[in-house]
Each structure stands twice: as structure tokens, then as C-alpha cells.
Design a protein around this ligand. Sequence first.
Ligand SMILES: NC(=O)c1ccc[n+]([C@@H]2O[C@H](COP(=O)([O-])OP(=O)(O)OC[C@H]3O[C@@H](n4cnc5c(N)ncnc54)[C@H](O)[C@@H]3O)[C@@H](O)[C@H]2O)c1
Length: 325
Amino acid sequence: MTYTSRKRVLVTGGAGFLGSHLCERLIERGDDVLCVDNFYTGTKDNVAHLLEDPHFELMRHDVTFPLYVEIDEIYNLACPASPVHYQRDPVQTTKTSVHGAINMLGLAKRTGAKILQASTSEVYGDPEVHPQPESYWGRVNPLGPRACYDEGKRCAETLFFDYFRQHGLRIKVARIFNTYGPRMAPDDGRVVSNFILQALSDEPITIFGDGRQTRSFCFVDDLVDGLIRMMDTPDDITGPVNLGNAAEITVRELAEAVIERTGSSSQLIFEPLPADDPRQRRPELSRAEESLGWAPSTDLAEGLTRTIDYFRRKWTANAAPGKAG
Ligand SMILES: NC(=O)c1ccc[n+]([C@@H]2O[C@H](COP(=O)([O-])OP(=O)(O)OC[C@H]3O[C@@H](n4cnc5c(N)ncnc54)[C@H](O)[C@@H]3O)[C@@H](O)[C@H]2O)c1
């Protein structure tokens, strides 16, 4: 592949969990990748293995400020994604979603780039409809502690569709449901990483509520495949398109699966549910199947094994002499 035939692809939030896998896959398929991140929740470690690659570039930048680069495609992933991270500085979370979207849409307008927004199932809030189709408008509490994320992401979607209608931008909106896998931040308070870390250290596993609330989990490789397919769709496909895994599991069953796979002696303990925690969340995936020819293919057993292997390696490395902390 010649230099000029390579696509120049910008990944904002590229040093995060999903972004780092996306950068890797785009380079593998022959793109030139510019990863932009302010390292708020992402780390250089996540992309350290790409730094020597001539087709990868890492730039420290906060998307709430304008960015001037020449680019063909933009994946806009920059935003803290887990409640502990996005509630730490809620004003900054809304700014990142809203100002970040405005800045990246402005960049797409100037360069003529195609732009994909990493939206979220949280736009559905605490839904009255199961599973959630893209046509469902959602039930979000605009005043609660999750609103900085949920409403920020909803406003970003609005901006994408206004730039599409008003300026003819080529947009793609993907609504991502719970995703897990290697490189999840260990301190993100998410159920999969929490359970694995607690199990690996034989500590009690904390379940919020009675554990009967259900979740569906998509493995990161499947999700990244869906994002790339979405970007590659014809211009008339804008989304929103749900991406996730429809297989439902209760939180308690997940804890038990983690205990079994880690061979842990952890016990389960139960604590009160946090505010606005959804009781059930499951994607309706027929639009993804029809318009992207996409469906997740990694089952929970395989995905959990690969994620546990990653945390075990990290955990062992951190516990090694001279690598305290
Ligand atoms: N992981 C999931 O299950 C999930 C579910 C739904 C939506 N999403 C969306 O996917 C995207 C990536 O999520 P993730 O799980 O990889 O989270 P993450 O926290 O690992 O990644 C987000 C990245 O964005 C960076 N970032 C945050 N604010 C920034 C700013 N102002 N400027 C530049 N960079 C900034 C962070 O440093 C981090 O590297 C997010 O937009 C998130 O809302 C993720």
C-alpha cells in the first residue's frame, strides 16, 4: 500500500479501552492512525505497543478545544465512560461530549471527513421497553448524577444529526452497549473488571441490589468490528445503530461465572443499588444485522477467559518485585 492510498484516520479517546483496540485494528488493515487523547481515563500504556509503528501517531489534546489536522475519517470516542470516571468531574464530562462533538464536527466539516460518534445505550436511560430498539426515545433523568453523561451523549447525537441536515456531513452514530475485554481500566468500577479483580484477590465480590438485574456484555473485538463496519457503510446509513450483545445474564450469574473461571474462593456480598441504576438493558440488534451485516460472535465464556487472562497478567506483573503499585 502506498503512502497516498492510506486513509488518515483520527481516533479521539484512542488511548482508552475501546480506542486502543480500534487504533490497533485500523493500523492492521492499512490505515494511518492519529490517536488524540488527554489521558483523563486512558493511558499511554494502552498504546505503547503501537508507538514504534510508522503508521501510528499519538497526540495529547483535549477535544473541548478545536483541533486542526488533515484527516479522512474521524472516530469520536473521547469521553470518560464509566460512572466513577464521568461523575468525578461532571461539568467536564458534559463539555467533553458537547464541545468535543462540536469541535470534531467542525473538523469534519472543514476537511470533508466522515465522522462516527461513539454514543451509548445510556441514551435510553432506565427504559420501559425491552429490548431497546433505536426508535425508542429513552427515559433519562436530566437532573440525576448520571445526567452529565446521558444528556451529554444525547446532545452530541442531536449535534451530529443537525450537522448532517444543515451542512450535509457524512455522519454515523453507533449506540454502544456494555463492552468488556482486555485494557478495561481496573479502577473503572464496572461490573466485569470489579468482579474479576475481586475474584483474583479472593476478596468478597460486591453485588449492588439483589443481583437479579440483568446486563448484556459485548466482547471488545466484536464491538470494534461493528464500529469499523459502521464507518464503512454507504453515506445514506447514518444510524443510530445499536452495537452490543443481546445475550442477557443476571449480575449474580456473572459473579458466579467469574468465580468459577478464576478458581477463586471469593464470597458474594450485597450492597444497595446506586441512584438511577437501570434494572435491565439489552440491545435490539436487527438494524445492525441488516445495515452492517454484523452480529457479535464471541460468547461470554471465551470473552471472560481472555479478559481474566489479561487481568491476571497485569496483576502478576504489578505484584512482581520492584513494580509496586
Ligand atoms: N466501554 C463501554 O462499555 C462503552 C459503552 C457505551 C459507550 N461507550 C463509549 O465509547 C467511548 C470509549 O469508551 P471506553 O470504554 O474506551 O472508555 P475510556 O475511558 O477507556 O476511554 C475514553 C478515552 O477518552 C479520553 N478522553 C476523555 N476526555 C477527553 C477529552 N476531553 N479530550 C481527549 N480525550 C479525552 C480518555 O483519556 C480515554 O482515553 C466513550 O465515548 C464511551 O462513552 C463505551
